[in-house]
Design a protein around this ligand. Structure first.
Ligand code: SF4
Length: 72
């Protein structure tokens, strides 16, 4: 999953809804918490039990900056 920092408006909705996965990064941009983060702060892989949490945040994001894809 990724957060598009060009689109993110730093409103904090995703990290309010799903703090297990998202946190405030530079300038309030949403970043993935260290535990699930990839090589960049705006991308990572999350366990399936947190899928619903991420989905909620994705739907709630006012600018659709959160993208999720299934990884086998
Ligand atoms: S909800 Fe969307 S716009 Fe708001 S901080 Fe998260 S990614 Fe950025």
């Amino acid at each position: 999953m990724t957060v598009d920092w060009d689109t993110c408006i730093s409103d904090g909705v995703c990290y309010a809804l799903c703090p297990q996965v998202f946190e405030a990064g530079p300038d309030g941009k949403s970043q993935i918490v260290k535990e699930y983060r990839g090589s960049q702060p705006w991308e990572g892989v999350i366990p399936s039990e947190l899928k619903d949490c991420v989905e909620q945040a994705k739907v709630a994001c006012p600018v659709s900056a959160i993208k999720v894809e299934e990884v086998e």
